[in-house]
Design a protein around this ligand. Structure first.
Ligand code: BG6
Length: 487
């Protein structure tokens, strides 16, 4: 028992994404997305970050020629598409005030280029959001979460092609209009900063289609297109749904200097600034000078059409959302240091922190740090829309799951949020990632579980898909019921 104070109306809940949960990848008119080409990679070296994420044109061709769903588990997800009512009942039982999910673009526009939307896809989300509201759960909706229509990736190499802005805006306008009475919290691009870490899932860009010396420039060009699209979608939202709020979404990769050697401190400052560049653009409405200088230095020419910068300036975000999984370490001696791996890139290991089985370092204090820092920088409401511990769960013979490690993780992170609130930080809510077990982004494993709800499905797709409440389910229910007082 503790007596932590969270503001009234704090949005407790959970988060998933369409491509990792829905399955039904080719049902009711949905077109294939980049996620449907994402191979099962359980045996990849976790310190080989590129191996987790690299996808080539050859991989895509092989994926499209294959109907082996075990190789491409995101096609199966957890069958949320058919079971969402039961799942929403469980979320409501935990007392969720909010559920973050995304709209699979290729369910609405199967190839991304159509002029008319797929009505069945629209109906699915209408029903999903309506049922959320009936249970008192506010939808928080991401427009673009690693699930661009594959056709657009193949056609013009994803967001490298400026024409994608218009395709995206047709999609965003369609869903704003259709769900204007149902959704008031929106995010444009999930982890927009991840574009350089995994260009295919984030931007539909196949880097092997670009000559090596042009790659960096092409990715920055694609990034610029996303910034313009994000600002224009924000304008649409304001026109179509007055009072709705738009957030940007970044992976907060808080970076500590390895030592207090000034060189390490300066490096950490630069690494943090690099990470925050993306939210800087979306909050301040301008490219910072350090990025322009870096482009000049690296010979990168980003083509901006007349009016682009004005659009970015005018339509900035209402709140800043971010994922927080771990902190990082900057060292001028990085080459000689022990490394950790994981989804967020390989980095120098922090000897003060425990490390999960998937090589992610656990650092609740870093969450307080990140919140205070973001609040001081932006003076905007903050929303932690992802955090969590991927781990294996053991089902006892009686069917129970005693995930005390998950409870400990969340207890520490919720206390860390409370510590930031006590410092005056305006936090809108907290949506732990994978509140129900879903397919992992990086390795497509089911065995890397984040949920309060267990899904009976293994890495090979064996299992009933039945849902079970873990011990953490009951714990989180008490947390929400007490507004964070009972931890
Ligand atoms: C975030 C992504 O980077 O990390 C999620 O937005 C992802 O889509 C999450 O699932 C956890 O990563 P993983 O690889 O453990 O699923």
């Amino acid at each position: 028992m503790s007596s932590v104070l969270f503001p009234e109306g704090f949005l407790w809940g959970g988060a998933i994404a369409a491509n990792q949960a829905e399955g039904a990848w080719n049902v009711d008119g949905k077109g294939p997305s980049v996620a449907d080409c994402s191979l099962f990679k359980a045996h990849v070296d976790l310190k080989d970050y590129k191996a987790q994420h690299a996808i080539s044109s050859e991989d895509v061709a092989a994926a499209m020629a294959s109907d082996d769903i075990d190789l491409y588990p995101k096609r199966r997800g957890i069958d949320f598409y058919h079971r969402y009512r039961e799942d929403l009942d469980l979320f409501a039982e935990m007392g969720f005030k909010v559920l973050r999910t995304s709209i699979a673009w290729s369910r609405i526009f199967p190839k991304g280029i159509e002029t008319e939307p797929n009505e069945k896809g629209l109906q699915f989300y209408e029903s999903l959001f309506t049922e959320m509201r009936q249970r008192g759960i506010e939808p928080l909706v991401t427009l673009h979460h690693y699930e661009m229509p594959l056709h657009l990736a193949q056609l013009g190499n994803g967001w490298c092609d400026r024409a994608v802005i218009d395709h995206f805006l047709r999609f965003s306008e369609t869903v704003f209009r259709r769900y204007r009475h149902l959704v008031k919290y929106w995010l444009t691009f999930n982890e927009i900063d991840s574009a350089f870490r995994h260009p295919f899932s984030t931007m539909g860009v196949l880097t092997d289609r670009i000559p090596e010396e042009k790659r960096e420039e092409a990715l920055w060009q694609a990034m610029h297109h996303q910034f313009v699209a994000s600002a224009l979608a924000t304008r649409q939202m304001r026109e179509i749904i007055p009072g709705a709020q738009m957030g940007c979404m970044v992976t907060r990769r808080l970076t500590y200097p390895e030592t207090c050697a000034p060189e390490n401190c300066l490096l950490a400052l630069k690494d943090n600034r690099e990470n925050l560049f993306y939210s800087d653009v979306q909050v301040f409405g301008a490219y910072p000078q350090h990025r322009r200088l870096a482009w000049q230095r690296d010979g990168v020419n980003v083509v901006m059409e007349r009016g682009d910068e004005e659009i970015i300036r005018q339509y900035t975000v209402d709140f800043v959302s971010f994922s927080y999984y771990m902190s990082m370490v900057s060292s001028v001696d990085a080459e000689r240091r022990e490394k950790v791996g994981g989804n967020l890139t390989t980095g120098v290991k922090n000897p003060y922190l425990p490390t999960s089985e998937w090589d992610w370092q656990i650092d609740p204090v870093g969450l307080t740090h990140a919140l205070i820092d973001l609040s001081d920088r932006y003076r905007k409401p903050l929303f932690i829309v992802e955090s969590g511990l991927g781990s294996r769960d053991t089902v006892e013979p009686d069917g129970s799951i005693h995930d005390d490690y998950r409870i400990a993780y969340f207890r520490d992170h919720i206390l860390a949020i409370a510590a930031a609130i006590a410092e005056g930080v305006d936090v809108m809510g907290y949506t732990p990632w994978g509140c129900i077990d879903i397919v992992s982004l990086s390795t497509s494993q089911m065995s890397k579980r984040y949920g309060f709800v267990y899904v009976d499905c293994d890495d090979n797709g064996n299992g009933t898909m039945n849902r079970t409440r873990k011990k953490s389910f009951h714990w989180y229910k008490d947390v929400i019921e007490s507004n964070g007082a009972v931890l």
